[in-house]
Each structure stands twice: as structure tokens, then as C-alpha cells.
Design a protein. Structure first.
Length: 388
């Protein structure tokens, strides 16, 4: 098998050697390409030690006729959330913050935030905590229409003036803006820009060379085109990324939005999840304490996301509690953790079976991405090869 850190420099023909047990994966993915339901996809299976399978099918850009490659770069959307949460956890390990600290300790403007209750604005019953933001129980809403070049500090100022949807900790409502706010907390607690902290403390140590909030011009040809499924016409159509607010992929004036702003590759995400399966370290570089990894990947609240049956929240990660509740969870053990993205990218780690499952394609508008037909087909084909 292949050491994970060597994957970026190995030719694709070498990756195919010894991969006969995964021979069914590519034809299953190709079926979706042939039906016009996806442009192309990259699939990956790994353990905490090595790559077992890495393959690409179809096109990265249909109009340009560009073949999909295993090193292509995808908008990973909400798969950014666990990475942002790891930054918070690093600072917790260093004693620079704690998960149960009030948000206002780092962003004082949130001390005066109010909540909606019975049609009126009321004071908060208790402060918003960092744990609330990491478990989507803060009550924070979203910023759907914003000036594209607001800094994280300016973004936090606006969010602090918005009333919460409910009292902190009282229920669950998914909030990408809450994760964006955690990026600003990283800046305040660390004393450096969020993207710089992420680069120095996570991306560089893990060798995640193709993960960024912005696409470098020399990598633009490797970015997979985004598509939306037009149900009435039964076809894919090119679409933009709404979360970029009409900015170019290369526009570094856009802030580093930790809720859904990252681009990455399958191999880079495998490195991230390999670190998590190795209890916080990779290649001799420790990112997190083992006990912190355990805390992040355990069920935190009694709330459950309705769109993810059987999958409550850890700290920034979704945690599989009941694999029987959703078809795409069937190959995962109880205690598996990961996250999906709005345009159908998926990354999950199973600590019981020591497996990492990653599928990358770009499609919006065709069912729930976490339970997509493509993800299920990939996992079923790979699982047979693994004898599961």
C-alpha cells in the first residue's frame, strides 16, 4: 500500500497497482457520468497509515472537455467546519481559550446580543459559548446578503447586532455564520490572521498543500467546475458558489470564512482525517492532544439534525450515533465522524474499522448531499472490495 504523505508525487498508474479489490468503484461512478447526473468524481479510501484507493472518473469541466484528475481541487463548503474547529481546539490545548468560554470574552460586542422570544427581543438567559457555536446551538442566524470583502472583524460586528433565533443552548439550528465567527475568535486568541494560523498550525504540518480559501492562479486549471441539477430539464448546468458573493476564486480580498470557504483535494482531506484517526498527530507532528480529539468526536448535545438522521453533533464534526438511520451511514461504525459539503463533497472517518471514506464531486440541487446516490454507490462498491 502507499504512504499517505507520498500520494501527491506518485503517478496515477502506480496508484492502481494492488487496487483490484476496488475495481467496482470506477464503473459505479461512471454510471452517474454516463447518465449525465455528475460531471466526474474523485473517490478515496484510506486507513490512518496508507491510501487503499484513489481514483477519478469523468470530467472536471464538461464544456472544456477536461478530464477529472485525482489531484483536482474542489469547493468543500461545510467540510471547512471541522478544520476551523480544529483551530479552536489547538488554542484550547494551549490554554488560550476554553470550549465553554463565553464568546463575549473574545468578542465583547456579543455581550449585548439579544434573542427573539415570543415575538419580542429579550436578554440572553446565559452567554453564548464557543461550544454553542461548535455544536450549532448558539441561536445565531446567517448572513445571506453581505458585502463580499468584509473582514472577519466586520462580519462579527454585524452578526453581534442580529438577534439570536433562540436562547443559547435551548435547541439546534445549523449556522455557517457561527463557524465564521469562530474564525474571528481564532484571530483574537492567537494574535494572527485566521488564514495564517490555519496555514501554520494545520495545513503546513499536515502537508495539505492544495487547501486554501483562495485559488492560486497557477492552480486554476485544477479546479472542478461547479454544477447544479436542473430537475425540470434533467441535466446539469454550470453554477457559481453563492458563498463567495460573486467574487473570483482567486480574490484574496474575500475574507477567510471558516464556515464554508475552503477549497481542497481528496488527498489533502485524507491527511486531515488521518491525523484525527491517529489521535491528533501525523508524521511525527502533533496537532491536537488525544483527549481533545476524543472530546471533539463524541456526541455533545441531545439535539439531532433532522436532515442527518442518527447523526448528532460533536465539536465541529458530525458523529454517527446510529448507522441504520441513513443509507449513507450503513458502512460506518457507531462513533464515526466527519462532515459533508453543500456541493456534494464528503469526508468521514471510522475509528472502529480504521477507514477514511472520501468522495469529491460538484453538484447542487439533487437531494441531500450527505445521503446522495453517488456517495452511497461509492461506499457500497468499496465496501464489497473491503469485505464489509
Amino acid at each position: 500500500m502507499l504512504p499517505l504523505l507520498a500520494i501527491a508525487v506518485l503517478p496515477e498508474w502506480l496508484l492502481a497497482q494492488g487496487a483490484n479489490r476496488f475495481a467496482a468503484v470506477a464503473p459505479r461512478m461512471q454510471e452517474f457520468v454516463d447518465k449525465g447526473e455528475i460531471a466526474g468524481a474523485v473517490t478515496l479510501v484510506a486507513t490512518k497509515d496508507e491510501i487503499l484507493h484513489l481514483n477519478a472518473v469523468g470530467k472536471s469541466d464538461i464544456a472544456k472537455g477536461r478530464d477529472m484528475r485525482t489531484g483536482d481541487i474542489f469547493w468543500i463548503a461545510s467540510m471547512s467546519k471541522p478544520i476551523t474547529s480544529v483551530c479552536i481546539a489547538i488554542l484550547a490545548d494551549e490554554g488560550k481559550l476554553a470550549f465553554d468560554d463565553p464568546l463575549a470574552k473574545y468578542l465583547p460586542q456579543f455581550a449585548s446580543t439579544e434573542a427573539k422570544q415570543d415575538g419580542r427581543m429579550v436578554k440572553l438567559s446565559r452567554p453564548i459559548t464557543l461550544r454553542d457555536l461548535m455544536t450549532h446551538t448558539s441561536g445565531m442566524g446567517e448572513m445571506f446578503d453581505r458585502e463580499p470583502h468584509l473582514t472577519l472583524a466586520e462580519t462579527a460586528e454585524i452578526l453581534a447586532r442580529q438577534p439570536l433565533l433562540f436562547q443559547p443552548g435551548s435547541r439546534l439550528s445549523y449556522s455557517t455564520a457561527g463557524m465564521d465567527t469562530l474564525g474571528r475568535v481564532v484571530e483574537v486568541a492567537s494574535g494572527m490572521p485566521f488564514d495564517e494560523f490555519l496555514q501554520r498550525r494545520v495545513l503546513d504540518p499536515l502537508g495539505m498543500k492544495d487547501t486554501s480559501f483562495w485559488i492560486a492562479p497557477e492552480k486554476a486549471s485544477r479546479v472542478a467546475q461547479r454544477y447544479r441539477w436542473n430537475a425540470s430539464a434533467a441535466r446539469l448546468e454550470e453554477t457559481s458558489i453563492p458563498y463567495l458573493y460573486k467574487t473570483d476564486l482567486t480574490d484574496r480580498g474575500r475574507p477567510p470564512l471558516g464556515g464554508a470557504g475552503l477549497f481542497s483535494t481528496a488527498a489533502d482531506m485524507a491527511r486531515f482525517y488521518r491525523m484525527m484517526l491517529n489521535k491528533g498527530s501525523l508524521g511525527g507532528r502533533r496537532i491536537l492532544k488525544p483527549e481533545t480529539v476524543a472530546e471533539m468526536t463524541r456526541k455533545q448535545r441531545d439535539f439531532e439534525l433532522a436532515a442527518r438522521p442518527g447523526i448528532p453533533w460533536g465539536l465541529g464534526f458530525c458523529v454517527v450515533e446510529d448507522p441504520t438511520k441513513m443509507a449513507a451511514s450503513a458502512v460506518l461504525s457507531r462513533g464515526s465522524f466527519g462532515h459533508g459539503g453543500a456541493f456534494s463533497t464528503q469526508s468521514w472517518a471510522d475509528p472502529v474499522r480504521n477507514l477514511i471514506w472520501i468522495v469529491m464531486f460538484q453538484r447542487d440541487g439533487k437531494g441531500m448531499p450527505d445521503n446522495s446516490d453517488v456517495r452511497i454507490a461509492f461506499q457500497e462498491a468499496a465496501a464489497k472490495g473491503l469485505g464489509l
